[in-house]
Design a protein around this ligand. Structure first.
Ligand SMILES: Cc1cc2nc3c(=O)[nH]c(=O)nc-3n(C[C@H](O)[C@H](O)[C@H](O)COP(=O)(O)OP(=O)(O)OC[C@H]3O[C@@H](n4cnc5c(N)ncnc54)[C@H](O)[C@@H]3O)c2cc1C
Length: 251
């Protein structure tokens, strides 16, 4: 999909209306190959992109040895030498979660303030703290992740790096809908704002999954899509009934 805009009935309003969902709306979706399709309702399920900190060598291992989610990767990284690369306040909670998976955890503060109480709590769980910034990720000869090089030249051996990414809803091609977005606290990310069953402030447009719920995993994303789909179907039934009523001669 390269672009999507809403038309209203046959008149082709330039921007999407706010208001009741029972209207007879039309959307035009232009695909990347140049074709276009028309839809009466739109469910945006474009997911999110994970934005990693700019550390050389980090992105190359994303999804393998550089991970973000203990519930997604926990089994695979259990008992490994794990490093937490701090990106903000969320990294502290991240550290305690990954500590459940390994006895050997090192927390790289990356210049982000860590208060004394947190340092004490880390010490109680044998989480080592490194305040010297990480300069780059170092690979083994076979290309696997070997550790991190600090700015003082020291290399700290690690097999896995856990990093709390900034999560941003994918918005490519959706500008024409003018969907409201909102930032989450602590630089966690940006999502499309939504209400009950994925409804949005733009009539005829729903959102589901990571595009609006940045923390949703596969199960929650699929469930949100199903709920939004049912709501859309209900709104179409209402719109069809309204149209039939309008076309019925008065008795
Ligand atoms: C490395 C990694 C590991 C994970 N492991 C797990 C796991 O083990 N278990 C689990 O439950 N969850 C896991 N997750 C999370 C899981 O991937 C998401 O929760 C889930 O994919 C969200 O589903 P979604 O449909 O909202 O978005 P997505 O699955 O991201 O789907 C969005 C789709 O929309 C497409 N798209 C975006 N923009 C456009 C456009 N303009 N035009 C056309 N298509 C577009 C994208 O290409 C993509 O195919 C993992 C995530 C990552 C990053």
């Amino acid at each position: 999909m390269s672009n999507i805009v809403c038309l209203h009935g046959k008149s082709g309003l330039p921007s999407c209306p706010a208001g009741p969902q029972g209207l007879d709306l039309r959307f035009s979706v232009t695909l990347a190959d140049g074709r276009s399709v028309t839809a009466r309702r739109v469910l945006v399920a474009t997911g999110l992109k994970d934005v990693l900190p700019e550390v050389p060598g980090l992105a190359e291992h994303w999804g393998q040895s550089v991970v973000h989610c203990p519930y997604c990767h926990g089994w695979e990284v259990r008992d490994e030498l794990i490093g937490i690369l701090a990106t903000g306040p969320a990294s502290i909670g991240h550290a305690f979660l990954f500590r459940q998976l390994t006895e050997d955890l090192t927390y790289f503060t990356q210049g982000i303030d860590l208060d004394e109480e947190t340092r004490t709590r880390f010490a109680a769980r044998n989480i080592r703290i490194v305040d010297t910034p990480v300069q780059e990720v170092v690979d083994n000869e076979d290309g696997t992740l070997g550790g991190v090089r600090l700015t003082d030249g020291q290399v700290v051996a690690r097999r896995v790096i856990a990093v709390a990414t900034r999560m941003e809803a994918r918005t490519e091609g959706l500008d024409g809908l003018k969907l409201p977005v909102e930032d989450l606290p602590g630089n966690m990310g940006r999502r499309f704002a939504s209400g009950m069953a994925g409804t949005t402030e733009v009539a005829g447009v729903w959102v589901a999954g990571n595009a609006t719920d940045l923390a949703a995993q596969v199960g929650a994303s699929a469930a949100a899509g199903a709920l939004a789909g049912a709501h859309i179907n209900s709104m179409l039934a209402t719109a069809d009934t309204n149209a039939a009523l309008a076309a019925t001669p008065a008795r």
